[in-house]
Design a protein around this ligand. Sequence first.
Ligand code: HEC
Length: 95
Amino acid sequence: MKNMKSTNIKKLSVLSILGLGFIIALTITGCKASQAVSNKSGAQLWAENCQRCHNTPSPSTFSPDQWETVGLHMQSRSLITEEERNKIVGFLKQQ
Ligand code: HEC
């Protein structure tokens, strides 16, 4: 009986170590994913996010100020982060 108990405790600690490893692995992959986003250029983010719903209007369509407004408006539509919006708007304003 005494043996059984300690075996169970061992099993439990092995399980919690595995669980912890799993959580750490998830955290690391999470960081890698967000790093991948920040490595993307404004042009790339624009191409990936802005033509899901409509054809992407050419950068020369609007003035820099107008792109700023469009960015705010479309950020709420496309559910991109502020960082992504800034990159996309930065790219659109340069053209
Ligand atoms: C979820 C769908 C969706 C996504 C994603 C999206 N748009 Fe739009 N967009 C719309 C709709 C719908 C309109 C029509 C105007 C309105 O009702 O908001 C529009 C209109 C526009 C217009 C016309 C000017 C205006 O503000 O009305 C521009 C320019 C534009 N989008 C740019 C973008 C850019 C740049 C992105 C990427 C950051 C983007 N859109 C992502 C749905 C989307």
